[in-house]
Design a protein around this ligand. Structure first.
Ligand code: PT1
Length: 277
């Protein structure tokens, strides 16, 4: 199995780590830390040195309750950074659901579009279809503004699995090769703490043939709920969650703390390789 990401073709000899680069002043964990071009460049370089396999660039916070930013503002934050990081040596992902931002990001050299709305906005499929970029399809209930009001499912695992299956079918039908697609259950996006832990426990039930599963758990409130810790104290919890996800089939782990996550996954991988059936 491989994952086609623009200029790069990733293989999965071990779980990959996607380092988070937030260009938003209102991120729940590292807001305003990387809002200048120099700071963003330095942070990206540091993540590469710590072993990141991809970098995910975000210009709009999508966590629960945040207010949307205009496409113009998002472009102003994201595009110069994509240009600046183009030669960093690993695939550049851009976290956006706006077709206009997708197109500009791809023109600027992005390799992967990470869409928390799963390419459901009008024009989103057309924006990515014409390129050879990777696409990450995430599940989210409703919108970031409304998703945490009263998330309700009959069976969260079956419903998220069904959604991802339908989106993959739609993407393939619109001409996006299966090798370009990754799927993500969207931890924290319209789910209660219990829903999130059910999804993590049963992650292997979301798997689709030849499609890598991506898991983003880093410092999220579901981890705060069980540890009673603030986002800046959730490193150990994030590492535990990342290892749980890898054990259940996640091939890409989205994380703030690249070095620690890479170390933990190296240990998990070494154990896993020695396992006898
Ligand atoms: C994710 C993800 C993402 N998460 C992908 N992209 C965020 N593919 C942004 C909380 O409960 O999991 N996968 N882009 C960040 N979103 C959140 C959601 C951050 C919930 C925090 C919470 O604390």
């Amino acid at each position: 199995m491989y994952f086609q990401c623009g200029r790069f073709r990733l293989s999965f000899t071990r779980p990959l780590v996607m380092g988070i680069l937030n260009l938003t002043p209102d991120s729940f964990f590292d807001g305003a830390r990387y809002t200048t071009l120099d700071a963003a460049r330095a942070r990206a370089q540091q993540m590469v040195e710590e072993g990141a396999d991809l970098i995910d660039i975000g210009g709009e916070s999508t966590r629960p309750g945040t207010t949307p930013v205009s496409a113009a503002e998002e472009l102003k934050r994201v595009i110069p950074v994509v240009h600046a990081l183009r030669q960093i040596g690993i695939p550049l992902s851009v976290d956006t659901y706006k077709p206009q931002v997708m197109r500009a990001a791809l023109d600027a050299g992005a390799d992967l579009i990470n869409d928390v709305r799963g390419f459901r906005q009008p024009g989103a499929l057309d924006a990515v279809r014409v390129s050879n970029c990777g696409v990450c399809v995430m599940h989210m209930l409703d919108t970031p503004q409304t998703m945490q009001r009263a998330p309700s499912y009959q069976d969260v695992v079956a419903e998220v699995a069904g959604f991802l299956r339908e989106r993959v079918e739609t993407l393939e039908a619109s001409g996006i090769a299966r090798a370009r697609i990754a799927i993500d259950p969207g931890f924290g996006f319209g789910k209660t703490v219990a829903h999130n832990f059910q999804l993590l426990a049963q992650l292997s039930n979301l798997a689709l043939p030849r499609i890598p599963l991506l898991a983003g758990l880093s410092r999220k409130s579901m981890l705060g709920a069980v540890t009673s810790r603030a986002p800046d104290e959730r490193l150990a919890a994030s590492i535990a969650a990342a290892v749980c996800a890898a054990q259940r089939g996640a091939r890409i782990i989205r994380a703030h703390d690249v070095g620690s996550t890479v170390d933990a996954l190296k240990v998990w991988d070494e154990v896993q390789k020695e396992e006898r059936p």
